[in-house]
Design a protein around this ligand. Structure first.
Ligand code: ADP
Ligand code: MG
Length: 321
């Protein structure tokens, strides 16, 4: 298959047309219409086979996840996504309809959920499958939720279960995919096809004082909010939403998945008391308090009101320790 037949066959009509798109795949660039008084919000995430997903991940999940992790970054700013660009470095043995149609089905499903259009990209041959997605979104001028806005006294909340994806990854790496039976194998889904909290991110505009998505572990990602905001935090470990499968683990293992595991793509945010009350009245049961922002810098952990010592060492590609 030639590069061009591959692009036209698999990518040209992979997603539904979107009102923002003036010009999509087929020219040197795409062109998009941005609403007046809005900022363009953009991000990029690269996924390398064997590093960001296990080698035995399905083509569908690889496509799905490459887009989901980027939409999660837009969600963490409160932005509304409209388009993606797909940089695909493809080994020869995967340049076939079998792989590409499943890969594109994953992309098409996640894009369809959020009215996002694949508007362009680049395709090249490579030894290792590498997918680099750029996601584009918009937000009203000045409304993006940054990491730097946390204030002393704010409540720290998360959008759902923490640690499930890390638990699933450990199981797959140690035992392969067959070991957990239905319904427990549903936890693999949290790793393969994470749910970007795009709608929730938009609802939190005007409420959250700071926000981040948890890709590298709650400890490390909350740490980014703390250093950007120059504050500290107290976390009640028993308040973290937890999948029943993790509740069966010894505490240290459970906390390792929750604080240092990655790939959850839940939102972690700070919000002041009265805004939390208003938000919960408008949108009940979407965010879960797990702690509060304090003056003393650093992260203090508690369980049953007792302080806990736990080393935070979330994912870092160039960790030399
Ligand atoms: P150029 O040589 O000008 O960079 P290409 O021949 O690489 O253009 O691409 C032709 C068209 O196909 C462009 O519109 C480009 O955005 C699109 N395209 C190429 N690869 C992909 C891809 N992996 N996914 C989506 N669109 C792609
Ligand atoms: Mg090109």
């Amino acid at each position: 298959m030639s590069e061009f037949s591959l692009i036209y066959r698999h990518f040209k009509n992979a997603t539904k047309p979107n009102a923002s798109t003036v010009l999509g795949i087929g020219d040197d660039c795409a062109a998009s219409q941005i609403l007046p008084n809005h900022h363009l919000v953009s991000c990029m995430d690269t996924l390398v086979a064997g590093r960001h997903f296990p080698i035995n991940t399905s083509a569908y999940a690889i496509g799905y996840k490459s887009v989901a992790v980027n939409l999660s970054d837009l969600a963490s700013m409160g932005a509304t996504p409209f388009g993606i660009l797909l940089g695909l470095s493809l080994p020869e043995h995967l340049a076939n309809d079998e792989f590409l149609s499943e890969f594109t089905r994953g992309i098409s499903d996640i894009c369809g959920q959020f009215h996002v259009e694949l508007i362009g990209g680049d395709t090249t041959k490579s030894d290792i499958l590498t997918i680099c997605v750029t996601a584009l979104g918009t937000i009203k001028n000045g409304q993006a939720i940054r990491r730097s806005g946390a204030k002393i006294g704010d409540i720290i909340c998360v959008s759902g279960e923490i640690g499930s994806a890390s638990f699933a990854l450990e199981n797959i790496l140690q035992h392969g995919r067959g070991v957990l039976n239905a319904p427990n194998s549903a936890i693999y889904h949290t790793l393969d096809c994470p749910k970007p909290h795009v709608d929730l991110g938009q609802k939190l505009v005007g409420f959250a004082s700071s926000m981040i998505d948890i890709s590298d572990g709650l400890g490390q990602d909350l740490g980014h909010i703390l250093s950007a905001s120059q504050v500290g935090a107290m976390i009640d470990l028993s308040a973290i939403p937890t999948n029943p499968l993790l509740l069966q683990l010894p505490y240290a293992q459970k906390w390792q998945h929750q604080l240092n595991g990655g790939d959850d793509y839940q939102l972690c945010l700070t919000i002041n008391h009265s805004d939390l009350k208003k938000f919960n009245q408008l949108y009940p049961d979407l965010i879960y308090p797990i702690g509060k922002i304090v003056r003393d810098e650093g992260l203090q952990l508690f369980f049953d009101k007792k302080p806990i010592e736990f080393k935070i060492n979330g994912w870092n590609h160039f960790n030399t320790r």
